[in-house]
Design a protein around this ligand. Sequence first.
Ligand SMILES: CCCCCCCCCCCCCC(=O)SCCNC(=O)CCNC(=O)[C@H](O)C(C)(C)COP(=O)(O)OP(=O)(O)OC[C@H]1O[C@@H](n2cnc3c(N)ncnc32)[C@H](O)[C@@H]1OP(=O)(O)O
Length: 161
Amino acid sequence: MKPKKRNIAIQDTYGERFQNCWGCGPKNEQGLHLKTYPSEDGETCITQFEPDNQYTGGVPNNLFGGMIALVFDCHGTASAAWFAHKNKGLALTEETVIGRFITARLETDYKKPVPMDETITIRSSIEELSERKAIVRMKMEASGVVRAEARMVAVAVKDDM
Ligand SMILES: CCCCCCCCCCCCCC(=O)SCCNC(=O)CCNC(=O)[C@H](O)C(C)(C)COP(=O)(O)OP(=O)(O)OC[C@H]1O[C@@H](n2cnc3c(N)ncnc32)[C@H](O)[C@@H]1OP(=O)(O)O
């Protein structure tokens, strides 16, 4: 995977003990290092990447479906953390750990094949937010065409987890 890097990603602010996710943990040497960034107005979050050839699905040059869900998984939980902090007027730093979210439910609609030879973009927005629960909507696009959509229920981890 070749994630497109910008400034500081949301995953970079998780704090060391939460940075080991295989999909997006900066400290996982074998991991994919997916990166999620808030938009300038903070209303959406974005991740972009180019898949390596090994992640092909059954149809040549189409991204494997599990990989599509994986990207939604990591992008959605990072987005949930961002939206929860923004809602409280907090910047996301290692010190403001009011919410580190994990996936409780992930619904994915596979609408069109996802090509592997171009940049893939996922944008997220918040549908519903309460103290511990965030419902995040996501769209995956390539060449301006929506290829997949997802709805995630993310839950903030408790201190004792
Ligand atoms: C050790 C922690 C590490 C954390 C690292 C984070 C950063 C890393 C990021 C990288 C991550 C990458 C991504 C990954 O790899 S995430 C890894 C994959 N996910 C998991 O392993 C999660 C396993 N599940 C659990 O641990 C628990 O079930 C959780 C914590 C999710 C909820 O159990 P908990 O007992 O705490 O919660 P609650 O019962 O009080 O419910 C709270 C609210 O949530 C609602 N709800 C619950 N389940 C569902 C459901 N299935 N559908 C719809 N809604 C659901 C529920 O109705 C309620 O809503 P409301 O009634 O209040 O409206």
